[in-house]
Design a protein around this ligand. Structure first.
Ligand code: ZN
Length: 280
């Protein structure tokens, strides 16, 4: 990238953005394109999903020289039974260990929700689950970043839908390892978003910042995100805001899109970087 000294030189790409690429391809192409960092999705690690395993992943990532803002993703704490909730806690401790091995700054938490389970109860289970993992994360030098998800995911993916709910968990736990990943896709519509970003910065809980765009006429709830400039989010405004608040982390590009996955991924990466430059 051309602007080494720019405030926006800290750009990262989530590997799921280039879903057709495996870990080796992500590393090769990002490195060649001058992308300094990538957030690693667990499908590239977990052998059950075709990944290379944590030992091999760690070796490749460490050899690559790429910075790793985040391992994505942990969470999913609410469950109907105590056993399932404990299993979720154990899994999240494992993800913390994986993040530490990779040298990732944080594990992003998609906190979970259970259809039919009262949302307030689900949020309590999330708070309890994060509390049970937080010391382990601190000891491993890894942060836990709660990612509020757009309310369209409230039934089954996240009972935390606004920055405010994430903040309430952070305030309840008061734990240095627990903070927030703010993704413009999920929070752009929130009338309190600027005030909450400001509060998160003041409380030192703004850990992660994800960018993409909201396509008007979204065709699929999960896999129709836009690249910056495709939709209605003023991404540049958000980037300037978090910068003005003292955020020094990576601006992580995270796009799930069947349309873009169908493209030649090298051409797509060029487009990603053009769009990133255009929304500074
Ligand atoms: Zn995100």
């Amino acid at each position: 990238m051309s602007t080494e000294n720019s405030v926006f030189s800290k750009v990262a790409i989530h590997t799921f953005t280039n879903k057709p690429w495996n870990l080796e391809a992500c590393i090769a192409h990002y490195t060649r394109a001058g992308v300094p960092a990538m957030s690693v999705w667990r499908n590239l690690i977990d052998p059950a999903e075709g990944g290379v395993g944590i030992e091999e992943a760690t070796k490749r990532v460490r050899d690559s020289g790429l910075a790793i803002p985040a391992l994505v993703r942990g969470g999913f704490f609410p469950w109907p039974t105590v056993e399932e909730r404990q299993n979720a806690i154990d899994l999240n401790r494992q993800y913390v260990d994986e993040a530490a091995a990779l040298g990732a700054e944080m594990v992003v938490l998609v906190v979970g929700a259970v259809p039919g389970l009262d949302l307030a109860e689900a949020r309590k289970q999330v708070r309890d689950g994060i509390a049970a993992v937080a010391d382990h994360a601190r000891d491993a030098g890894v942060k836990l970043a709660i990612e509020p998800l757009h309310p369209m995911y409230a039934a089954d993916k996240s009972c935390v839908n606004r920055m405010a709910e994430a903040r309430e968990i952070c305030e309840a736990l008061q734990h240095p390892a627990v903070g927030i990943a703010a993704d413009v896709y999920h929070i752009w519509w929130d009338p309190d978003v600027e005030a909450e970003l400001r509060l998160a910065a003041e409380q030192n809980t703004l850990f992660g910042f994800h960018i993409c765009d909201w396509r008007v006429n979204t065709r699929h709830l999960l896999t129709d995100r836009g690249l910056m400039g495709d939709g209605c989010i003023n991404v540049a405004k958000f980037r300037r805001l978090v910068h003005s608040l003292g955020f020094e982390g990576y601006h992580e590009i995270e796009v799930f899109s069947e349309d873009y996955w169908a493209m030649d991924q090298e051409k797509y990466l060029e487009l990603i970087l053009q769009r990133e430059e255009a929304c500074r």
